[in-house]
Design a binder for this molecule. Structure first.
Ligand code: ZN
Ligand code: ZN
Length: 92
């Protein structure tokens, strides 16, 4: 399953919760997501702004520490399934 090279990378939105990347077929679908008419399957908000497009590039480059917060960090990420977070401080 490596047929994504033909996809238009400008038609992508990033879930603000699970960091899943959703690719749309056209601008109308993308706008519906961006306008909160459609949500991620985790019910998180999808965003397709320039900042989120940059964030997608960071995730694809494996730069997960850009998404670390004080309490948790991304340990694993996949565009289709989103991020796996781990809580810091040892005992979960
Ligand atoms: Zn999500
Ligand atoms: Zn955004």
């Amino acid at each position: 399953m490596n047929n994504q090279t033909a996809a238009d990378t400008s038609l992508r939105a990033l879930c603000q919760d699970c960091l899943r990347v959703v690719t749309y077929q056209n601008k109308e679908e993308l706008l519906a997501a961006h306008n909160e008419e459609v949500f991620c399957q985790c019910s998180g908000q999808l965003c397709a702004c320039g900042g989120c497009t940059d964030d997608i590039a960071l995730l694809e480059n494996g730069e997960f520490n850009a998404f670390d917060s004080l309490l948790s960090g991304v340990v694993k990420w996949d565009a289709e399934t989103g991020a796996t977070f781990a809580f810091k401080g040892g005992k979960a």
